[in-house]
Ligand binder design. Sequence first.
Ligand SMILES: Cc1cc2nc3c(=O)[nH]c(=O)nc-3n(C[C@H](O)[C@H](O)[C@H](O)COP(=O)(O)O)c2cc1C
Length: 219
Amino acid sequence: MDRFELMKARHSVRRYLDKPLSAEAVGALNEEIAACNEESGLHIQLVTNEPEAFQAEKPEYGKIRGCRNYLALVGPKGVDERIGYFGEKVVLKAQELGVNSCWVALTYKKGKADVRVAPGEKLYMVIALGYGETQGSPRKSKSAAEVSDCREGDPEWYHAGIEAALLAPTAVNQQKFRFERNGEKVKAKAGLGFYSKVDLGIVKYHFELGAEKDGGVWE
Ligand SMILES: Cc1cc2nc3c(=O)[nH]c(=O)nc-3n(C[C@H](O)[C@H](O)[C@H](O)COP(=O)(O)O)c2cc1C
C-alpha cells in the first residue's frame, strides 16, 4: 500500500470483533515498538487479551466496545509531542498489518493489566487496537488553507505534507495545528486545546511521511 493509501485507510474504530491479534501482527508490532522506544526513550507497551481496559462508561465520547488490546503510551513527563509522534508511527504500522486503532485519552481503565510505569514516568493515554467490525469512515476535515500558509506554486512536498497532516487523528477532530514554511524549513505550531501537543506530534509524523522528509525539515 502506498503511504497516502495507508493514511486514507486509517480511521478511528471503536467497535471490535472478538478475535485475537494474529501472532504475526503481535510480532511485527512488538518489533516496531522496540525500535520506537530505542529511538525515543519512551516506554510504549503492547497489552493483549485484556478485556477490562475499555469498560468505563463514558457514553458521551467514544465508548470503545469489544477491544482487548491496546498500546500503553508510557514515557517521561513533559514529552507529549514525542508520545504523539511515536504513537502514530505504531498506529500506521498497525494499519499496514490490517489492525484497526483508536487513540483513547478518556474511557480507559487500567484494570489488571501489567503496565509498567517507572519512577519519573507516566501513562499518557492508550491506543485501542484490534480487528474492527468495520474499517471506520472518513470524517470532516479542515482545508489546507485553514491550517497553513500554503499557496499555489509552493513545492509539491509542502502540499503533500499538509495533505498528510489533515489525514491524521486529532483529539475530538480539533485539527488545531498550523504549518508555516520558510524555504526548505517548516514551523509547526500547536493551537490551544485538549491534548494539542500530542496532536502536534501525530500531525508532524504524518507531515514527514507525506512530504517524504525527515525531522530535519522542522524549524
Ligand atoms: C490525543 C487523542 C485523544 C483521543 N481520545 C479519544 C477518546 O478518548 N475517545 C474516542 O473515542 N476517541 C478519541 N480520539 C479519536 C478522535 O476522536 C479521532 O481521531 C478524530 O475524531 C478524527 O477521526 P479519525 O481518527 O477517524 O480520523 C482521540 C484522538 C487523539 C489524537
